[in-house]
Design a protein around this ligand. Structure first.
Ligand code: ADP
Ligand code: MG
Length: 343
């Protein structure tokens, strides 16, 4: 049984909406609005959902880049969401983030050697006399020759820059890495190489990953479990294969139907086609947030906000759709085929 490394409890992060004025009650963007999640040591937890649903915001709370509005982020039972800067100092090296755009995290005026050496020196992880050796080791770890260390970030291809981004994240020996769409900006052939590198490093170094993506292929390939987010909430959570074979929440189903996977067994003849824009996170719909776009919505879905519950007693497959959890979706789609949508 794997140990929990991080527990997220009722996490909320609201931002003031733009142009909301100086005085009075501002509109708040409910970027993350009540998320509970456990991340187990050594696993890859994928997070998927449309752009703007709060994935990156959640990632930033997981590595204590920002303070949540409320809720807790427990890393090895310590609440990192409320730590002082000083307390965080001691634990910060344990978690890192890899971004989609590695260019922004690599100083264009610095050589790769300095980019990789700086965090190790700052955190006192490596003695000065060993830095050179350590920089070479990191470069080799991510599949680059030591000879590139005196080059600048712009002299590399996108895939190579992402490798350097990974080396930089690894330089301080983290346990947990939040990968925020790390391959979304890369060519497909390069994506596979970077994903394989991430997998290989996970195995070698015993890393735990949170892998954020909106391309389902990459998330499916790398994740052990997947959380599907919609408008600041997790609407479904399950082991990867279980989720792809038996999505229960209509939103997950629609998301999977919208992105073709190479494996036809994941396809379904009763496709849900998502119509309409994702509503504003500043004014999410009442009840189930997905109800205005849901072909299965009932009156009760407008009124009651569903929680994440096991789809059958004792199941680790959780869904926030009580309407579908009575197995309707698994057997057939009596009311919700493409021809019969009320969106
Ligand atoms: N620093 C911020 N200030 C104000 N709004 C923000 C900020 N960061 C994110 N948001 C808003 O929060 C919502 C979720 O954003 P984000 O976490 O970036 O979503 P995702 O990564 O899933 O695309 C969006 O509506 C976005 O505009
Ligand atoms: Mg994002």
């Amino acid at each position: 049984m794997k140990e929990p490394l991080m527990r997220i409890e009722n996490l909320k992060k609201y931002y003031p909406a733009k142009g909301a004025g100086f005085i009075g009650h501002k509109n708040m963007i409910q970027s993350v609005d009540g998320v509970d999640l456990t991340i187990y040591e050594g696993e890859t937890l994928g997070i998927v959902g449309e752009s703007g649903c709060g994935k990156s915001t959640m990632g930033r709370q997981m590595i204590a880049l920002e303070r949540p509005t409320s809720g807790r982020v427990l890393y090895k039972d310590q609440d990192i969401s409320n730590m002082s800067v000083r307390q965080l100092q001691g634990i910060r090296t344990e978690f890192q983030m890899i971004f989609q755009d590695s260019t922004s995290s690599l100083n264009p005026r610095k050589q790769i050697y300095d980019i990789l050496a700086a965090p190790m020196l700052y955190h006192g992880i490596v003695k000065k006399e060993n830095i050179s050796h350590e920089v070479n080791r990191l470069l080799n770890l991510v599949g680059l020759p030591s000879s590139v260390r005196h080059r600048y970030p712009h002299e590399f291809s996108g895939g190579q820059r992402q490798r350097i981004g990974i080396a930089k994240a690894l330089s301080i020996n983290p346990k947990l890495i939040v990968c925020d769409e790390p391959v979304s900006a890369l060519d497909v052939s390069v994506q596979a190489q970077v994903l394989n590198l991430l997998r290989q490093l996970q195995e070698e170094l015993g890393l735990t990953y949170v892998f954020i993506g909106h391309g389902l292929g990459a998330v499916h390939y790398i994740s052990n479990r997947i959380a599907v987010m919609y408008l600041g909430k997790v609407v479904e959570l399950a082991d990867t294969e279980e989720l792809f074979n038996n999505p229960v929440h209509p939103y997950s189903k629609a998301l999977f139907d919208a992105s073709p996977l190479p494996d036809p067994k994941h396809r379904d003849r009763n496709r849900i086609v998502l119509s309409g824009e994702i509503p504003s996170a500043a004014a999410p719909p009442g009840g189930c947030r997905f109800h205005p776009r849901c072909p299965y919505a009932k009156e009760s879905c407008r009124e009651m906000e569903p929680g994440l519950e096991p789809v059958s007693p004792g199941s680790s497959h959780l869904s926030a759709c009580p309407v579908m959890s009575d197995n309707i979706l698994r057997k057939d789609f009596p009311n919700g085929t493409e021809e019969n949508q009320n969106v």
